[in-house]
Design a protein around this ligand. Structure first.
Ligand code: G1P
Length: 294
């Protein structure tokens, strides 16, 4: 029987400089889409996939991220005594099981592969997921859940992938996979941030992975790659031929919340999903568009 995927790693050590000055005093992962911090979307997706242990790879200045997951008894009591049961429910949905969260520091900014490697002792010798909270995916069935279900059939390593415009491939890890209309496709190779014109396909890696612990050993041996960083992509590439490595074309809409335009786009899309906001936001959009045209 295949091991269940019980652990997830959230690499959240980045400085988030693209969102300065906001990130001067709050972690990027606390920035909110409508009213929920990015990290809450990530946690909810992991929980929906059956994950039980949540490992954060953090850095200096991220303590408010740790505080975010504490229970808030004073606030809860206040809401309860005011009869605000709807808000109380929202609050309690953020509560986590005692001992299910763990934090480890990335002591040096050496890249995504290195960040994941910093969690190796917490991961141990079982398959694990990696979820990049910047990549927010709206889907009927949460993306990681789709992957865990597909993983039951194939095991090994699995990376979420999505088609991007050819001129965007140099911003991603890119997979060498056949152009066929299958969700799950064997990966023949992969390159991190290929120079323009050199990408093996238009299928970009999106921040959801299920990995075997052998990837951690590969990271331990890895030399710095693209941008002088220890790349997760290179370590997974070294698994090809040894264990299954599959790309997974998920169902859903992905937002690049690591970029300002992507964050605004996600904010609008999520606001439109809310019955209490939809009409007002549509009106704002129409009004704004009309003013621009005038
Ligand atoms: C990281 C990965 C890259 C992947 C991307 C998805 O890059 O290294 O392979 O395509 O996330 O968002 P980053 O965006 O952190 O530079």
């Amino acid at each position: 029987m295949r091991h269940q995927v019980r652990k997830v790693v959230f690499p959240v050590a980045g400085l988030g400089t693209r969102f300065l000055p906001a990130t001067k005093s709050i972690p990027k992962e606390i920035l909110t889409l409508v009213d929920r911090p990015l990290i809450q979307y990530a946690i909810d997706e992991a929980r929906a996939a059956g994950i039980e242990q949540f490992i954060f790879v953090t850095s200096r200045g991220k303590s408010s991220l740790e505080d975010y997951f504490d229970d808030a008894p004073h606030l809860a009591a206040e809401l309860a005594s005011g009869g605000k049961t709807d808000l109380l429910e929202i609050l309690e949905a953020t509560y986590m099981k005692s001992g299910s969260l763990a934090y480890v520091r990335q002591n040096r900014a050496l890249g995504l592969g290195h960040a994941v490697w910093c969690a190796r002792h917490l991961i141990g010798s079982e398959p694990f997921a990696v979820l990049l909270p910047d990549d927010v995916i709206a889907a009927e069935k949460p993306c990681l859940r789709q992957m865990v279900e597909a993983y039951g059939d194939v095991g090994g390593n699995m990376l979420a992938m999505m088609e991007v415009a050819p001129e965007r491939t140099s911003s991603y890890g890119v997979l060498d996979v056949a152009a066929e209309p299958k969700r799950l496709r064997p990966v023949r190779g992969m390159v991190e941030k290929p120079p323009a014109g050199e990408a093996p396909s238009n299928m970009a890696i999106i921040g959801r992975y299920i990995l075997t612990p052998s990837v951690l050993e590969a990271i331990g041996r890895a030399a710095p790659g693209s941008g002088g960083e220890i790349q997760l992509t290179d370590a997974i590439a070294s698994e090809i031929g040894r264990r299954p490595v599959n790309g997974f074309a998920f169902e859903g809409r992905r937002f690049d919340c690591g970029s300002k335009a992507g964050f605004v786009q996600a904010t609008i899309a999520f606001a439109l999903q809310r019955p209490d906001l939809r009409e007002a936001v549509l009106e704002i959009i129409a009004e704004t568009a009309a003013t621009r045209r005038a």
